[in-house]
Design a protein around this ligand. Structure first.
Ligand code: CMC
Length: 435
């Protein structure tokens, strides 16, 4: 549906000028209404001030809806719990890119399109060799995905709907190949070419953990876990990295460069880097008896320590993605043959104590998606440095779907926030000898 003029207004009384201004209230399909302030500056001469965009809807979108108070996440109207249990990742990719879950025929075509784009230009191998052996795989991803724009620049006319779709397919298809190469490079093993006979998740696992010296096989249950992790990270509306992709794309930049910008934004520990930080934190805490000490540190405003994997800008309730992971973590560890995982016991104890603590209760700080994902990824054999790479791989479909949606929006304009200026006003230049 389109945004609806409700016929209702918010009135602003300006005590400086004594004037009154009216701003229309717009409704979406569900969720809070917005005050349409697009003409605010033209009519009043004022900007709004909202660092961190805590009260700003930067665009309209049809892809993902979050009710943070209730802990609800929907893609195209389908709950994340249903999608994680009943769909596979490529179905979710189709849902985000095309707005609907695919029919069997649509699925077959979509899956074929993705599968036939999995290979990278062979010259990309030489690009990898420029990185230090011990480079963080996220650093490699930022560079390598950005470098794809050099391979596809001339054939990517973003004003052409068909070419936008081909770029989207290329990105979704090539991301596992790049992510696996980043891993292989860091452990000094040869790159493994994609195997188009395998599913998206199985192919990624083979490229990551397979070697040319022996037959690779992985249990279906492990492939399913990988696929579920991809689904849980597929999109999350206008978070920092997605907003970065939209902002970069609003200047009409090449999509591969825009996704590289998104990967950079995701890397930080306040965003996608938190999954790596959670495991570092659990190792640092070490044993259950030290949990209270770290809870105390997390509450101390003079201590920079925060409980990683806790808290969220939008969720003031349990992150439903963390709920899915928590519900399955023990079973997944059993399937992976991990009988005893002390980090899981530690995480459960940390969550229990935090959720009883007044500080966390009052601020509505709950576990987020990153709290349990690292424990599963570790059990699957991924080093912590790969955790955020897996997030980037999964989120690529969200980023590119949002990028595509932005380009389809007839109201699209270059993103250009303003500022409240606190620096010096104009002053006379002082010669260096007189300063
Ligand atoms: N540990 C301790 N205190 C916290 C935490 C935490 N993890 N998160 C928030 N708070 C406190 C914060 O100090 C503030 O307290 P006060 O009101 O007394 O100043 C209050 O809770 C509100 O926090 P905020 O920093 O204003 O909230 P925000 O919306 O700006 O930040 C966040 C959200 C996710 C960056 C933050 O909760 C955080 O740093 N969490 C840890 C990192 C993390 O797990 N990130 C992953 C987010 S989910 C996956 C993703 O999006 O990539």
């Amino acid at each position: 549906m389109d945004k609806k003029e409700t016929g209702e207004y918010v009135t602003m009384h300006d005590s400086r000028s004594g004037k009154e201004f009216r701003f229309a209230l717009l409704d979406g399909s569900v969720g809070p209404s917005v005050i349409d302030i697009r003409k605010l500056y033209a009519e009043t001469g004022y900007f709004t001030y909202d660092p961190g965009f805590t009260s700003t809807a930067s665009c309209d979108s049809r892809l993902t809806y979050i009710d943070g108070d209730e802990g609800v996440l929907l893609h195209g109207g389908y709950s994340i719990e249903d999608l994680a249990e009943k769909a596979n990742y490529l179905e979710v990719c189709h849902l985000l890119l095309h707005g609907e879950l695919p029919t069997q025929a649509q699925y077959d075509t979509f899956s074929h399109n993705i599968t036939t784009h999995t290979m990278l230009h062979d010259q990309m191998q030489y690009f990898f060799r420029g990185f230090r052996r011990d480079a963080h795989p996220m650093a490699i991803m930022v560079g390598a995905v950005g470098a794809l724009s050099a391979f596809y620049h001339d054939v990517t006319d973003i004003s052409d709907e068909n070419q936008r779709m081909i770029a989207s397919h290329r990105l979704i298809a090539k991301m596992p190949t790049l992510a696996a190469m980043a891993y292989k490079y860091s452990v000094g093993q040869p790159f493994i070419y994609p195997d188009n006979s395998l599913s998206y998740a199985a192919n990624f696992l083979k490229m990551t953990f397979g070697t040319p010296t022996q037959e690779f096989s992985v249990p279906d249950s492990v492939v399913r876990v990988m696929d579920q992790i991809f689904i849980l990270h597929a999109d999350h509306e206008q978070n920092a990295s997605t907003s970065t992709v939209r902002l970069a794309g609003s200047s009409m930049a090449n999509p591969f460069a825009c996704i590289s910008a998104g990967i950079s934004s995701l890397w930080g520990p306040a965003h996608g880097g938190a999954n790596e930080a959670v495991l570092d934190m659990l190792h640092q805490i070490g044993t259950k008896d030290r949990v209270p000490e770290f809870i105390k540190r997390a509450k101390d405003k003079d201590d920079p320590f925060r409980l990683m994997g806790f808290g969220h800008r939008v969720y003031k309730n349990y992150d439903p993605r963390a709920g899915v992971l928590k519900a399955s973590v023990r079973q997944v560890l059993d399937e992976l043959g991990v009988a005893d995982e002390p980090l899981l016991d530690l995480a459960l104890e940390l969550e229990r104590i935090a959720l009883e603590d007044e500080y966390f209760v009052q601020r509505k700080l709950f576990p987020n998606v990153d709290f349990y994902s690292g424990i599963i990824l570790k059990a699957m054999g991924f080093p912590t440095s790969m955790f955020t790479v897996l997030f980037a791989l999964s989120r690529t479909v969200g980023w590119i779907s949002q990028w595509k949606e932005m380009h389809e929006d007839p109201q699209k304009r270059i993103g250009r926030p303003r500022q409240l200026f606190l620096g010096e006003d104009r002053r006379d230049f002082v010669d260096i000898a007189q300063r």
